[in-house]
Design a protein around this ligand. Structure first.
Ligand SMILES: Nc1ncnc2c1ncn2[C@@H]1O[C@H](COP(=O)(O)OP(=O)(O)O)[C@@H](O)[C@H]1O
Ligand SMILES: [Mg+2]
Length: 289
C-alpha cells in the first residue's frame, strides 16, 4: 500500500514536500509563499499540489492569514522513503513487518542487501523538560517523529560494534534504515538458560551506560533472541549522557536506567522464577561509569 502510494507521487509534489521539510522546524504550517521560495515552484502551483496532497491525506492544510501545509505521518513517511530512494540507498520496498502505536516497520532492499525501515510515529517528551519546554509549544507533531528517528539512529551508531544492536545504515526524516535481525522478541521465547541470558543483558546494559547511553524503554518487547544471539532494539527514547547539563538531568537518567533494569529483573522473576535483587544490579551498573 505504501509502495502504491509512493509510485503515484509526481516530481512536483516531491519538490513541494522538500519545501515543507526544510521549513517544518520554523513553521507549524509552512506558508505557501515559503514553500514556493524554497522549491522554485510557483505559488499557485504549490497551492494546487498542496490541495491534491491533502486529498491523498499526505499533507494537512491550515488556512489562517495564509495557507500553510504540514506533513501527516503517512506523508512524512513517504517523503522520508523518497529521500532514501533518491540516494539509491533503498532500492525496493518489501512487506510490512509490523505496525503499532509507535512505528511502522517495513522490510526493504538496500545498498547493504535486505534491511529494515522503521518509520517513527511518535515523539517523546524530552527528559530534558525544562530546557526544551519552549520547543514543544509550537512545533508540529511530525517534527517530533523526525527527532525520534534521529535519536534512535544516533544511539545505534554510538553502540554498534560495542553492544549487540542492529547495524544502523541511515536516517532520513522519520525513517531509520537498519540491519534486519532474524530473531524473536524475548517475550515470545522460552529460554533454556534464563540466568545466563539475564546476566548477559545486564552486562550489555552496563556497557551501554559506560558508553553513555541509557535505553529508556527496555523490556521483553525490545530485546530480540535467536540461537545466534541477543539484540537490543527500539532506541527513540535513548538518553545520551554526553548531552546532560545538570545534576538534576543526571538524576533523571539514573532513574530511567533503574526503571529499565527493574523491568527486566521483574520479567525474569515472573517468567522464570529467577530471583535477582534489582537494586544490587542497579548499583553495580551505576558504579561502572
Ligand atoms: N532491526 C530489526 N530486525 C528485525 N525486526 C525488527 C527490527 N527492528 C524492529 N523489528 C520488529 O519490529 C517490532 C517493532 O520495532 P520497535 O523498534 O520495537 O518499534 P516500536 O516502538 O513500535 O515498538 C519489533 O518488536 C520487532 O519485531
Ligand atoms: Mg518496541
Amino acid at each position: 500500500m505504501l509502495a502504491e502510494k509512493f509510485r503515484k507521487i509526481r516530481g512536483l509534489s516531491w519538490r513541494v514536500m522538500d519545501g515543507i521539510f526544510k521549513n517544518m522546524w520554523d513553521y507549524k504550517f509552512v506558508p505557501v509563499e515559503i514553500i514556493a521560495r524554497d522549491s522554485g515552484v510557483e505559488e499557485h502551483k504549490v497551492e494546487k499540489v498542496l490541495k491534491s496532497l491533502s486529498d491523498e491525506k499526505l499533507i494537512e492544510l491550515k488556512q489562517t492569514e495564509y495557507l500553510g501545509g504540514a506533513f501527516t505521518f503517512l506523508g512524512l513517511s513517504l517523503y522520508s522513503l523518497n529521500r532514501f530512494v533518491r540516494r539509491n540507498v533503498v532500492t525496493m520496498l518489501g512487506e510490512k513487518m509490523g505496525e503499532g502505536k509507535e512505528s511502522m516497520i517495513y522490510n526493504c532492499m538496500s545498498e547493504w542487501g535486505e534491511a529494515v525501515l522503521k518509520f517513527h510515529k511518535v515523539g517523546y517528551p524530552s527528559f530534558k523538560k525544562v530546557r526544551e519546554k519552549r520547543d514543544y509549544g509550537d512545533l508540529h507533531y511530525t517534527v517530533l517523529m523526525v527527532r525520534s528517528a534521529k535519536n534512535e539512529f544516533n544511539a545505534l551508531k554510538k553502540l554498534y560494534g560495542k553492544v549487540s544492536v542492529p547495524k544502523p545504515y541511515g536516517w532520513e526524516g522519520n525513517a531509520v534504515l537498519m540491519e534486519l535481525i532474524d530473531a524473536k522478541e524475548l517475550y515470545k521465547v522460552k529460554l533454556e538458560n534464563p540466568k545466563d541470558v539475564l546476566n548477559y543483558i545486564i552486562e550489555e546494559v552496563r556497557e551501554m551506560w559506560r558508553l553513555g547511553i541509557v535505553h529508556g524503554d527496555l523490556s521483553q518487547f525490545n530485546i530480540l533472541v535467536s540461537q545466534d544471539g541477543i539484540w537490543f532494539i527500539d532506541f527513540p527514547q535513548a538518553i545520551n549522557l554526553n548531552e546532560i547539563e545538570s545534576d538534576e538531568e543526571l538524576k533523571m537518567a539514573e532513574e530511567i536506567l533503574k526503571r529499565d533494569l527493574t523491568n527486566l529483573v521483574n520479567y525474569f522473576k515472573k517468567t522464570y522464577r529467577l530471583y535477582v535483587d534489582a537494586s544490587v544490579v542497579v548499583d553495580e551498573v551505576l558504579k561502572s561509569h
